[in-house]
Design a protein around this ligand. Sequence first.
Ligand SMILES: [Zn+2]
Length: 450
Amino acid sequence: MKTLVRHGRAVLPEGIEPLDILVEDGQIAALLPPGTTAVADQMIDAAGCYVLPGFIDFHVHLDDRIGPFYLADTYGSGSRVALQNGITTLCSFVTQGAEESLIQALNTARRKAHGTTHTDVLWHLTPTRFEGEDWTNLEALAATGYRTYKFYTTYQAAGIFADQQRLDEVFRRLGPLGARFLVHCEDDDVMAAVDAEHLDLSAPGTHGRLRPEFAELLAVEALLDLALHRRVPLHVVHVSTVTAAEILLRARGSADVTCETCPQYLWLDETWLDRPDGHRWLCSPPLRGSRERLRELARAGAFDLLATDHCAFRKQDKDAWDHRDVRTAANGIAGLGALPHLAWKLWADTPDRAALELAKRLSQNPARRAGIEDRKGALRVGLDADLVVLDPTGPETPLVSSLADVHETYPGFTSNLTFRHVLLRGEPVAADGRLLHPQSPTGILLQPQP
Ligand SMILES: [Zn+2]
């Protein structure tokens, strides 16, 4: 089966070119000057559109329990809203529970996603136990395609906290095996020292005082030192403060460090928490007061990639909060379906620039950080034909972050981006924002069975 995507403007890493894209056996077979006669079984018209590599959301929570609440999105529903918006690969998380091996946790996630995911899926792993067999498992996983490991400098009660000594040990032991490290940077000691008794815990706005900006800054500095010392690749997730972003920007020259921010830190701020329904915007790190400056930094390239930290809870779970202690409310927000739209908005005045930035920060850079750049992340011969035919001049429509029963994170936000066609490994899977085969998911799990 050969497919030709023609008359579009191909967004290559080097620039935008009018090229037809020939797809064969699920891969990009050729990039052809327009007008070349190529024999194909199927033609897709991309006239007036950009053709981009499929987007990759590097940071998504799906089908898992977070504290007392179960997430609203499964692999099925999460991948569906993703694909409708040009996201063809989701990077989600597997966290080892107290009573299981990491391989058991991974197999549970594989069972949930297998046959239900509409996008391709890759997992970042969070080990939480470090006894004899756990290390054997980790070393075996690191050697077989599990490249990315996520750690938290907070959340002791949830059993996922890693102290400096633990981080040093995993950096030292897994680093030489090719592992890369994602770290949630909020210093637990700083947060423990906050005098919560004298704060109004019934106000959602207090969340920012319980998790102060300084906690992020301190954790980022400590992790940078450690990563530099052990010479391991470090990726700082969901940077929410200007000072941490600036420190990470300066560290690029001396360390293999990358970072991401999320649309909520660029387009929302702490005033959302002061609304009567402000608890619906609780997430960690909290919404801050510096979105304009963060957007300037994002436009200047301070964030290697943009990812959502999609962590959607059902309306009933969000609203079950008794308005007594903000620390007990469901903590996380949806964002998956809004990602490309809010990323585009950063450069919307110059559409060609926006298209190039999306190709880089939503596809190429996340593919590289995940270690799948030999398979995804660019329009290049031999890579998977995950293609997005994007029309930036479609009708204005409201953003939809999730298809589950959740409160919309971005009410009142609209976008003109229309996803005319989305191809996953060469197969057309969505057109004009709708799935072509909603009952037949074709996503695959990119890592091997452990
Ligand atoms: Zn997260």
